[in-house]
Write a protein that binds this ligand. Structure first.
Ligand code: ATP
Length: 234
């Protein structure tokens, strides 16, 4: 589905990612673990075409993704949940969902809304509520809902658990599992290693812009060095 090889990217000519290689197979749930500043968001931004790469290749279903303009990546079935929720606070839940640009998607607004409201009945109940008055967890559901309006086959998500109560984080990860079970491939960047490793198939560890580990997620849950660095809360 997605093959990233030797990707280098950064800001103002200074690399932040140093030759990152990773793969997401069709139907796979992959997580990228990394501390603050490791480069997770930088990777996501390159994948979405929001930041140019310096070198390396990204293939999506055999196509050179780095040559596909950002606005066309949605037509390739790719969607993105950015870090920090970024919903429009002064718009209602439904207006937020309708504000998603589906011009380059094969999905209609009716189909998108149906998908999102089936997955999140809580958003349906609150469809006319202003997004700024939702709880943090509901805003994250809405941010995820916005990405799902185009019914993607590859979902990229950045730090979905940041600042949320553990019970809400569990609910969100259950949604990710359901999406994955329905065939959506997932690449999730997370600092919350415990949840990410419990739900993902494969994990990569990103340290100061380089991949230092690739393993089955379940294996890392019991790995002493990972427990020490990322699972202190255990
Ligand atoms: P976090 O979880 O804190 O967002 P991250 O792993 O996503 O961490 P990035 O946001 O990708 O990390 O940041 C990686 C490095 O790039 C950091 O050193 C950061 O300061 C730097 N950086 C990020 N955005 C910019 C920018 N717009 N201009 C310059 N440097 C940046």
């Amino acid at each position: 589905m997605l093959a990233i090889s030797e990707l280098t990217a950064g800001y103002h000519g200074v690399p932040v990612l140093h030759g990152v290689s990773l793969a997401v197979r069709t139907g796979e749930f992959v997580t990228v673990l990394g501390a603050n500043g490791a480069g997770k968001s930088t990777l996501m931004q390159v994948l979405m075409g929001l930041l140019p790469s310096m070198s390396g290749r990204v293939e999506h279903r055999g196509e050179d993704l780095l040559r596909v303009p950002a606005h066309e990546r949605v037509s390739r079935g790719i969607a993105y949940v950015p870090e920090g929720r970024r919903v429009f606070p002064a718009l209602t839940v439904e207006e937020n969902l309708r504000a998603v640009n589906l011009k380059h998607s094969a999905t209609s607004y009716a189909e998108g809304l149906d998908t999102v409201f089936t997955l999140f009945p809580r958003l349906k109940e609150r469809d006319i509520q202003l997004a700024g008055t939702l709880s943090g967890g509901e805003q994250q559901m809405l941010a995820l809902g916005r990405a799902l309006m185009s019914r993607p086959s590859l979902l990229l998500a950045d730090e979905i658990s940041l600042g949320l109560a553990p019970i809400i984080v569990d609910q969100l990860f259950e949604v990710f599992r359901d999406l994955n079970d329905s065939g959506v491939s997932i690449l999730l960047a997370e600092q919350n290693a415990l949840s990410a490793l419990e739900y993902a198939d494969t994990a990569y560890v990103l340290e100061t812009g380089s991949v230092t580990r690739e393993a089955r997620a379940s294996d890392l849950l019991t790995d002493a060095s990972i427990v020490e660095s990322y699972l202190q809360e255990l």
